[in-house]
Design a protein around this ligand. Structure first.
Ligand code: MG
Length: 248
């Protein structure tokens, strides 16, 4: 069941989304060689808790981290720990916050001194695919219009859009209906209506589409071990187009 949010609920989601976006931008700027992923996650957790919010991923189905940090061939759900960030790393950061009963969810990918032009292009294409998808997120359209736009941008650039993990509705729960795939034919799925709130999150592999979950039970990697990127915004469908709640 897709929950359409009322005005007061959207107001609360603006607050949680804004917090998630601000934390994302501050933490992304703090990703530097020599830092451990645990230090980065602790910084994020401190920012979140300082505003009276909680880290939504911590303890979610047993996830042990305050945020997800996924490096290079890791696509999503990487667990923060002693790993040290190095020059040349592609670092994906995924933030979930719970503020006053509502969730915000956003992700970005940081290039740490990366010089390989194909890797840089892959990350920029992933970011652009999110923009292209959100341009289709409007009242009267169909959900798969968003999915299709993302896939087109990614595949036109020669990269692979991950199919094993998808975006989702969001609100009083971190994951609500509907699922939001990053691929598919246009004109299908639920009608987009004002009050729908979605987390749209393309995951893109430089190489092939296949994924694998590591032995820790969480970290998802590209099967061919080539780099991957991830960008995400929480959005609301409005009367006059899309509202991005996690701009920060
Ligand atoms: Mg999400």
């Amino acid at each position: 069941m897709i929950v359409l949010k009322q005005a007061h609920e959207l107001e609360a989601m603006r607050a949680s989304g804004n917090l998630a976006g601000r934390v994302r931008d501050k933490v992304a700027a703090a990703v530097t060689p020599g830092a451990t992923t645990a230090e980065i996650a602790d910084y994020a957790g401190g920012l979140i808790e300082a505003e009276g919010a909680t880290c939504a991923f911590l303890g979610y189905r047993g996830f042990p981290g305050k945020i997800c940090i996924s490096i290079n061939e890791e696509i999503v759900h990487g667990i923060p720990g002693p790993r040290v960030i190095e020059i040349g790393d592609v670092v994906s950061l995924d933030f979930g916050v719970l503020l006053d009963g509502f969730y915000g969810d956003t992700a970005t990918t940081v290039l740490v001194g990366v010089t390989d032009p194909e890797v840089i292009r892959m990350v920029r294409v992933t970011e652009r695919s999110l923009e292209d998808g959100l341009a289709q997120a409007k009242k009267g359209g169909k959900l798969s219009d968003v999915s299709h736009a993302i896939q087109q941008t990614v595949e036109a650039a020669g990269f692979s859009v991950v199919r094993d993990f998808v975006g989702h509705g969001i609100g009083r729960s971190l994951h609500e209906d509907p699922q939001v795939p990053n691929y598919g034919r246009a004109g299908r799925g639920p009608l987009l209506k004002p009050g729908m709130t979605l987390a749209v999150e393309p995951m893109v592999n430089l190489g092939k589409v296949g994924t694998r979950v590591l032995g820790d039970g969480w970290t998802v990697v590209a099967r061919d071990r080539k780099p991957s990127a991830h960008f995400e915004h929480t959005i609301a469908i409005g009367e006059d187009g899309v509202e991005i709640l996690t701009l920060g």
